[in-house]
Design a protein around this ligand. Structure first.
Ligand SMILES: [Cu+2]
Length: 354
């Protein structure tokens, strides 16, 4: 009952929040940029600091008035659970997850005093491993390994005893833990050939569906377990590493044609019926669609992104430039990835000029 009355309450205050956000966005400047950087490039001290900050977030008290939520970690997961049929399979899929990554990073700083880079998982670098347990991501001093037992819960690493609670909209909270089923096969979707197809798309309308396909599936599928749960996947901290990578890929794509791709947006606003039928949720209700800030079924720069009350609402336009005040980041890529991109771009330009 609490949950049902909570939804209209959030949206009653939403129009005010948006005005405030747009106002403060104009005034705020991006001064100190945070680095979005491959986990593989972090020093061991940086890795430890990040893991400790995640552990702190997992203990920090809830800020949302949601039944069953005890921690900020639950709150973040809940925002994703509640909107699983709102921001997946749509044009604002990439902007929403970019903002979600930023909000998670801001909470690490605000709540836990974290000052280091925000890591992402360079999945292309790990795609050629023989075994994913060799990945720097899945070490016991990092995010822990694969799951075991009837529920495939992880038993190693700093998050092995993490208590999770949130599962589905309308479902009461119940304790469970992080499950995983590591398999390197799914990372084939992060190999160069798979990325090439997306980098060669010339419009956002074509590109978002490409990025949302194989590359998006790569880290989710390779981690397995909770990470393949479309609702509750942010319960596993690997979620942020994976979406940080996907976001870095989108930004790299944007940089291949600037400034045009700072404003290139599109794609449907509401998921396909077949998609929400698979989720078992039905289409998003008017409590969401009325507040997207648009008419019609095409995502525009005016589309409103909400993470419930964990952070102010912003628009898609606010997160398009990662050097802007909302994201305010430098995206760092490994040398081998940059070399790969140069090959892609050179190959593409050759084709283009012939
Ligand atoms: Cu998602």
């Amino acid at each position: 009952m609490v949950r049902l009355s909570w939804i209209p309450f959030v949206f009653a205050s939403l129009s005010v929040a948006v005005e405030t956000t747009q106002h403060s966005t104009r005034e705020a400047a991006c001064t100190v940029k945070v680095q979005h950087k491959p986990w593989q490039m972090l020093t061991s001290a940086e890795r430890t600091a990040y893991i400790n900050a995640e552990l702190c977030l997992m203990e920090a008290p809830t800020r949302l008035n949601v039944a069953g939520s005890k921690t900020l970690w639950d709150d973040l997961q809940w925002a994703h659970i509640l909107q699983a049929n709102v921001m997946h399979d749509v044009g604002h899929f990439l902007p929403w997850h970019r903002y979600f990554f930023v909000v998670h990073g801001n909470l690490l700083r605000e709540e836990c005093g974290y000052t280091g880079p925000l890591p992402y998982w360079d999945e292309t670098a790990d795609a050629s491993l023989s075994d994913l347990s060799r990945s720097p991501v899945f070490q016991n001093t990092a995010f822990g390994g694969t799951g075991s037992g009837a529920q495939s819960y992880i038993t190693t690493g700093p998050f092995a005893s993490l208590a999770l609670r949130m599962r589905r909209p309308g479902q009461s909270a119940s304790n469970y833990r992080i499950s995983r089923s590591l398999n390197v096969r799914s990372l084939a979707s992060a190999r160069q050939a798979s990325l090439d197809a997306c980098f060669q798309m010339t419009t956002y309308t074509a590109a978002w569906e490409c990025w949302g396909g194989s590359p998006h599936g790569a880290g989710h599928g390779a981690t397995g377990g909770l990470m393949v749960d479309v609702f509750a996947s942010p319960g596993d901290p690997v979620f942020y590493l994976h979406h940080g990578w996907l976001d870095a890929m989108w930004w790299k794509w944007q940089t291949l044609d600037l400034p045009g791709r700072l404003t290139d947006m599109g794609g449907r606003n509401v998921p396909r019926l077949s998609y929400v039928q698979r989720l078992g949720t039905g289409l998003p209700g008017r409590e969401w669609t009325d507040y997207h800030g648009e008419r019609g079924n095409i995502t525009t720069l005016n589309h409103i992104l909400s993470v419930n009350e964990l952070a102010p609402n912003v628009t898609v336009g606010n997160v398009m430039d990662v050097g802007g005040s909302v994201v305010c980041a430098d995206y760092i890529f490994s040398n081998s990835f940059n070399a790969t991109i140069n090959t892609i771009v050179d190959g593409f330009m050759t084709t283009f000029t012939e």
